[in-house]
Write a protein that binds this ligand. Structure first.
Ligand code: DAT
Ligand code: MG
Length: 151
């Protein structure tokens, strides 16, 4: 099986609800290796580029506000971004995260345990995890410079 890298973001609901440590603990237990980590201010441009595949969705504008912390009072739009590496890392992290829709996410997954859908219909699902190899490569390069990732 291939060694992969995948991007994880602790989303503003995850940070606000103090789920950063729990998320890292779950990723640590999965056996994958953390190879990059930083707090970064999510600019409007970065948010739109990250989610550009969803730009035609009705929830897109709220998704941009959500990831920039505007629903959770996050200072400076800051977010913790991580890269994990290992065999089958992309699927492994997606399994730890659970399904996109928190109501559909399996019990015991991060999203299944801690995600919610707001009354406005916004999915608050605690973490972002790259969904496939093409997405992962694009996202890791978007959020991190080469020299910020351990070789
Ligand atoms: P994932 O984050 O599991 O890769 P995605 O890439 O399809 O899912 O969507 C990105 C984010 O957009 C997702 O984490 C939450 C939000 N989202 C997706 N579908 C939604 C919907 N039907 N209603 C509200 N928010 C949604
Ligand atoms: Mg996705």
């Amino acid at each position: 099986m291939a060694i992969e890298q995948t991007l994880i973001l602790i989303k503003p609901d995850g940070a606000a609800r103090r789920l950063t440590g729990l998320t890292i603990d779950r990723l640590d237990a999965s056996g994958l290796e953390m190879v990059a980590a930083k707090m970064i201010s999510v600019t409007e441009a970065l948010a739109r580029e990250h989610y550009k595949a969803l730009s035609d969705k009705p929830f897109f504008e709220n998704l941009i506000k959500y990831i920039r912390g505007e629903f959770h009072g996050i200072k400076d739009h800051r977010i913790l971004a991580l890269v994990y590496r290992g065999e089958n890392a992309i699927k492994t992290v997606r399994a730890v995260a659970g399904a996109t829709n928190p109501e559909a996410a399996a019990a015991g997954t991060i999203r299944g345990s801690f995600g919610r859908i707001t009354t406005a219909g916004q999915f608050e699902n605690v973490i972002h995890a790259s969904s496939d190899p093409a997405d992962a490569a694009r996202e890791v390069a978007l959020w991190f410079k080469k020299d910020e990732i351990l070789p």
